[in-house]
Design a protein around this ligand. Sequence first.
Ligand SMILES: Nc1ncnc2c1ncn2[C@@H]1O[C@H](COP(=O)(O)OP(=O)(O)O)[C@@H](O)[C@H]1O
Ligand SMILES: [Mg+2]
Length: 345
Amino acid sequence: MRAPLSALPDRGGPAQPMLSVTGLRRWFKLSGGWPLSPKRVIRAVDGLTFSVAKGSTLGIVGESGCGKSTAARLIAGIEAADAGEIILDGEAFWTRGARIGREPRRAVQMVFQDSHSSLNPRMSAAESIAFGPEAHGVSASAARAYALDMLDAVGLPPDRFADRPPMALSGGQRQRVNIARALALRPRVLLLDEPVSALDKSVEAQVLNLLVRLRDSLNLTYVFISHDLSVVRYVADEVAVMYLGQVVEMAPAATIFAHPAHPYTRALFASRPSIDPRRRIAAPPIQGDPPDPVDPPSGCRFRTRCDYAEAICAARAPALAALADPAHRAACWMNVAGSGHSAAP
Ligand SMILES: Nc1ncnc2c1ncn2[C@@H]1O[C@H](COP(=O)(O)OP(=O)(O)O)[C@@H](O)[C@H]1O
Ligand SMILES: [Mg+2]
C-alpha cells in the first residue's frame, strides 16, 4: 500500500550532504545551589562540526558523557541549540533564533537505546506506530493500515504482533517497533542513539542487519551513535570521534580503523579488548575519566590524558584539519606542519 505521508522532497543531487552541522553548541547552565554561588556551565556540545553524505552512515563514537546524545537531540530538534547551524539537504534546519518547522522536523527521526521507556505501555505496537502519522493528519484507518505494513517491514508479522503491548514483546521486538515508529513518519535521516546496546549479541546482529537493509531500500541517511567500536565498524561508512563536545577525528571507516591519527582515537581503539594479540596497538589504553565538561582544559582538551602533550597543546586548541588524505581529518598539533610540536612534520 502507499504510504499515507508523502516523502520529503530530495532537494539536490547526491553530491550535496544530507546533513551538515557547523559549530553546534549546547551548554547546560546549572544553578550552584545557593543564591550567590556561581552558576556551573556544562559544555555538553561545544563547537560540533561534521557532515553526512546522502545514503551513508556516520558512526559517532566517544566515551560516555562526551555529548553524543545531546548532539543527537539537537539535530532531531528535540532540544534547541545555543549556537551553530544544522543544514538538512541544503536547507537551514536550525540557526539561532529560527524556528524548526514541522515538516523539516519530521525529516529527522530518532531511535533511542532504551526501547522500554520510549514506548507507551498502554499502546499496542500498531497504535504506537500509527500515532505519529495520525498526529500529522493521516486518518486513523490509513494510519493503522500503514502501521501493519511497517510491522511487516521490520520483520514482525502484523497478525501476531500488531495488538501486543510493549510488555508482551522482547527487547529486540520492542526495538523493531521503535524503528517502525520512526520510519512511519517517512524521515530522510535516522539518528540511532545506541540502538542495539541493550540487546543480546545474537539479537543485536539481527537488528543491525535490519537497519542496514532498511537504509538501502528506503534510501535513508543514518547517524549511528555507539560506544561499541565493533558495531560502528560493521555499519558505518564514516566515523567521527567525539571528545568533550567536539569532533577530534573524522574519516572513512576503513581509514580510521587502519590508521587512527589522533592520540585519543588510538587510545580509544587500543582500550577495546582484542581477541587477536597481534592486533594490539602500541598506544597505551586510555586511563581515568574525561575531565569535567564544566571546566575543560585550555588548548587541546585531550592534553591532560595525552602522552604526547607539549606546551603548544595547552596554549592553543588545534582545529579539525585535513591530513595527507583530504578525507581524513584530525585535530592534533602533531599533524600540523610548523605547529611547534616536536612531532609535527
Ligand atoms: N539535561 C541536562 N542537564 C544538565 N546536564 C546534562 C543534561 N544532559 C546531558 N548533560 C551533561 O552533558 C554531558 C554530555 O552528556 P550526553 O550528551 O548524555 O553524553 P553521551 O551521550 O556521550 O554519554 C554530560 O556531562 C552530561 O552530564
Ligand atoms: Mg548517550
